[in-house]
Design a protein around this ligand. Structure first.
Ligand code: NAP
Length: 391
């Protein structure tokens, strides 16, 4: 038989998932012009692009232009896209093994980390990812309902998703009209009565997971005053020492921006965005109808763990913030798929540099992984390019 990768016997690759990791896998394979390769991409939804379509904020349309590069890859005659096909349901590992030399799983991280605090299941307590998928028109979430009739909301977490959600809640309907937001979500925003949005971070500005560009944009909101307490913007001794040592440019910029915000005075705008640091939620309280009525938070103090990281631990100082909605935005987590070894601690498929392994670390022939389900939910869209190249 002709060797694999020859014109008579092309290397056949199945790619499961059509987000950035899937498409960067395709573009990397297309560079191997020395091989004849045939690629089939299988996607659970009818449409491609994963989180570029359903995760990127609707007012960040520039971030979506990456799909032009994905479109270009999809034009290759060696590439086919099959929508509405779900691994484990419509196709199984034995089907893929029978028809392909290699299978690359690029299914992203489809679940959320939880807070594990009482009241998390109250009506009006949601994951940020549900809200994001809803306002982006993800077919699985169009029937979700978010009650925006209350006056305040809390978003837990200091990552870019938390900032996206805060920004969408703090923009005007007129500003949202020109975005990609789903029509029903725009209508809900028009009726929103939210006046106060809290973003709650368990560590300080030096450890915030948001990017400088994202937090800077929050200072440009037209109808929302931004508030940061000066004592929470100030760095504790451990954070200052760590930052001086590391010289981490993003963290330095974040700290500088938060410090600037802490000096801003209210200008009497219609809404307030209150960013809190060194606080952790300990309970979500609800009224007699089971609806969120408040969130209890505890002040944290910084300490250094055995690995040298600055972490937060609770003090005895508590506060109650009256809120009607809670969005938990504490990161994504991968989910298991049938027959693929899973690392429970990391929420990823067991792998070494993109080769799926068994639980003992032995590579499983022909099985690969790329993107968030390989390395965890970190990095930006472009991070998946190098990730897929490694795979
Ligand atoms: P993330 O960046 O991992 O941030 C998660 C946040 O949740 C961190 O601030 C973390 O704090 C906090 N957290 C975790 N467990 C917590 C707990 N039990 N209590 C309180 N806080 C807790 O996750 P993400 O915001 O979901 O974003 C996922 C990835 O997508 C990131 O790489 C992000 O940069 C990317 N993304 C990028 C953009 C963009 O570029 N515009 C937009 C959206 C998302 P600790 O640091 O203390 O753990």
């Amino acid at each position: 038989m002709a060797s694999v990768g020859s014109t008579a016997n092309p290397l056949r690759v199945a790619i499961i998932g059509s987000g950035p990791a899937g498409f960067y896998t395709v573009s990397n394979l297309l560079k191997h012009t020395e091989l004849a390769i045939e690629m089939d991409m299988f996607e659970r939804l009818p449409t491609p692009f994963g989180l570029v379509r359903a995760g990127v904020a609707p007012d960040h349309q520039k971030d979506k232009t990456v799909t032009r590069a994905f479109d270009k890859s999809a034009e290759a005659s060696s590439f086919r896209f099959f929508g509405n096909v779900e691994y484990g349901n419509h196709i199984k590992l034995e089907d893929l093994r029978a028809h392909y030399h290699q299978v690359v799983f690029a299914i992203g991280a489809q679940s959320d980390r939880s807070l594990d605090i009482p009241g998390e299941a109250a009506v009006g307590s949601h994951t940020a990812t549900e809200f994001v998928a809803w306002y982006n028109g993800h077919p699985d979430y169009v029937d979700y309902e978010f009650d925006l009739s209350g006056s305040s909301a809390a978003i837990v977490g200091l990552g870019n998703v938390a900032i996206d959600v805060a920004r969408i809640l703090c923009k005007t309907p007129a500003e949202l009209e020109s975005t990609d937001i789903a029509d029903y979500a725009l209508e809900a925003m028009r009726n929103s009565r939210l006046k106060t949005v809290y973003v709650l971070g368990r560590r300080g500005p030096a450890q915030a997971a948001f990017s400088p560009a994202e937090i800077k944009e929050m200072g440009e909101l037209t109808v929302t005053d931004i508030q940061v307490r000066s004592e929470e913007a100030a760095l504790d001794d451990l954070s200052r020492a760590t930052l001086e040592n590391s010289g981490d440019k993003n963290a330095l910029k974040n700290v500088q921006l938060i410090d600037e915000f802490s000096r801003w005075q209210s200008t009497g705008k219609d809404k307030r965005l209150i960013i809190r640091f060194m606080v952790s939620p300990t309970e979500i309280l609800s009224d007699s109808d089971g609806k969120v009525s408040a969130i209890r938070i505890v002040r944290n103090e910084a300490y250094r763990d055995e690995s040298g990281q600055v972490r937060a631990r609770p003090t005895s100082e508590e506060e109650l913030l009256p809120v009607n909605l809670v969005f938990r935005s504490v990161g994504y987590k991968g989910i298991r798929l049938p027959e693929i070894p899973f690392d429970d601690a990391l929420g990823t498929f067991k792998n070494v540099e993109g080769r799926i392994t068994d639980q003992a670390g032995i590579a499983l022939t022909g099985l690969y992984v790329a993107g968030w389900i390989k390395r965890g939910a970190t990095g930006v869209i472009g991070s998946n390019k190098t990730d897929a190249r490694e795979t």
